[in-house]
Design a protein around this ligand. Structure first.
Ligand SMILES: Cc1cc2nc3c(=O)[nH]c(=O)nc-3n(C[C@H](O)[C@H](O)[C@H](O)COP(=O)(O)OP(=O)(O)OC[C@H]3O[C@@H](n4cnc5c(N)ncnc54)[C@H](O)[C@@H]3O)c2cc1C
Length: 320
């Protein structure tokens, strides 16, 4: 029997899987078709590639700085330089922005190398059978493991594992905030010497110039747009049926940048229902050794990749 089942192939899932794999056998399951979770990359045909989740990593804590520097040295990450415009004029210290060399899920791919992985495999049910865990996928196939680690956002965790979490965990007030993202391609536009733009606007918060990441050569301009929190909250439950939501965000981008609307050759909207938790819980990770159940993820301590990585490292320490 395999030692650990890890639910989720995002930063937390891939990090804990990597750490545990040094000593144990591990199998990672993800409901998505590829690795990365909220740090995944969307690639459409004709080389249209967008980092539609995580934009960049700016490490703050010493251990994470060390880890990011190692990945930089190993050519997994690179710095994202040039012009990052900020029209909010927030006084934030300027720190290096790191991105994946090929895509922003490079970090998780690196972590998952040589680890057993199953994608398009949503775990629908978990059962602790006294000495082992049995997981049931949506297609009704069943697998047994000695231990189970869950790394999905809190609302999904609560739904799946409510019978196995103690009251203090179930009572946590975790508010995962939404984000509306649009991926946009424009033909024959001049390549701008701009990497990203932070807008001072009520609808559009940020736009990333994918071409500025210098991963590929293209005469098509690729932009990833992110809506403001306020507007994302207003639209997250209706964007799938209401086509005007994507149009409104694009129109605002066109108005603020001066691009030509008739040059748009591709557009796609993605709604992230559980993007960030801005608050901290009292835990970095959770390990119940009586039933060999672990929980980690960014939402336990904050809204960033760094929080997911710290949480996974904390859990690995507890298990050891
Ligand atoms: C639009 C957006 C922009 C962001 N920008 C930044 C940024 O610039 N910098 C930064 O540091 N952070 C950013 N973040 C936050 C960052 O993405 C997260 O902090 C981090 O990726 C969380 O990793 P995680 O492993 O904890 O969770 P996730 O990445 O959410 O991983 C959980 C995984 O579990 C899988 N899953 C869920 N339920 C099941 C199930 N039942 N069965 C199987 N699999 C399941 C999911 O598919 C997912 O892959 C951004 C997030 C979003 C949404």
């Amino acid at each position: 029997m395999i030692d650990f089942c890890v639910l989720g192939s995002g930063v937390a899932g891939s990090t804990i899987a990597n750490l545990l794999s040094k000593k144990y056998s591990v199998h990672v399951f993800d409901k998505a078709r590829g690795p990365g979770g909220r740090s995944s990359n969307k690639r459409f045909k004709n080389n249209l590639s967008f980092d539609h989740g995580v934009q960049y990593i700016s490490p703050k804590s010493k251990p994470f700085i060390k880890y990011v520097h190692k990945l930089h040295k190993n050519k997994i990450l690179k710095s994202w330089d040039d012009n990052h415009l900020d029209f909010t004029f927030e006084k934030k210290p300027v720190s290096t922005k790191y991105i994946g060399r090929k895509a922003n899920n490079d970090l998780v791919k690196y972590n998952l190398k040589n680890i057993k992985q199953s994608f398009a495999s949503p775990i629908e049910k978990i059962d602790f059978k006294k000495y082992f865990w049995e997981i049931t996928l949506k297609n009704k196939s069943k697998y047994q493991f000695k231990s189970l680690i869950i790394t999905c956002p809190f609302p999904q965790l609560k739904k799946l594992a409510k019978n196995y979490l103690n009251k203090n965990i179930l009572k946590l007030k975790v508010q995962m905030q939404p984000n509306i993202t649009v991926m946009l391609a424009l033909k024959n536009q001049k390549t701008l010497p701009i990497s990203s733009i932070k807008f001072n606007d009520d609808i559009l918060a940020w736009a990333a110039n994918e071409n500025s990441k210098k991963r590929f050569k293209s005469n098509i301009n690729l932009w990833t747009l992110q809506a403001t929190l306020k507007w994302s909250k207003k639209t997250i439950n209706k964007y799938k049926n209401d086509k005007s939501i994507m149009s409104q965000l694009i129109t605002r981008f066109i108005k603020l940048t001066g691009f030509k609307k008739n040059k748009i050759i591709f557009k796609k909207i993605h709604g992230w229902k559980y993007s960030y938790n801005y608050e901290k819980t009292p835990y970095l990770s959770i390990w119940n050794k009586k039933i060999n159940l672990g929980v980690c993820g960014d939402w336990l301590s904050g809204p960033k990749v760094e929080n997911a990585w710290i949480s996974a490292n904390d859990l690995a320490r507890k298990i050891r």
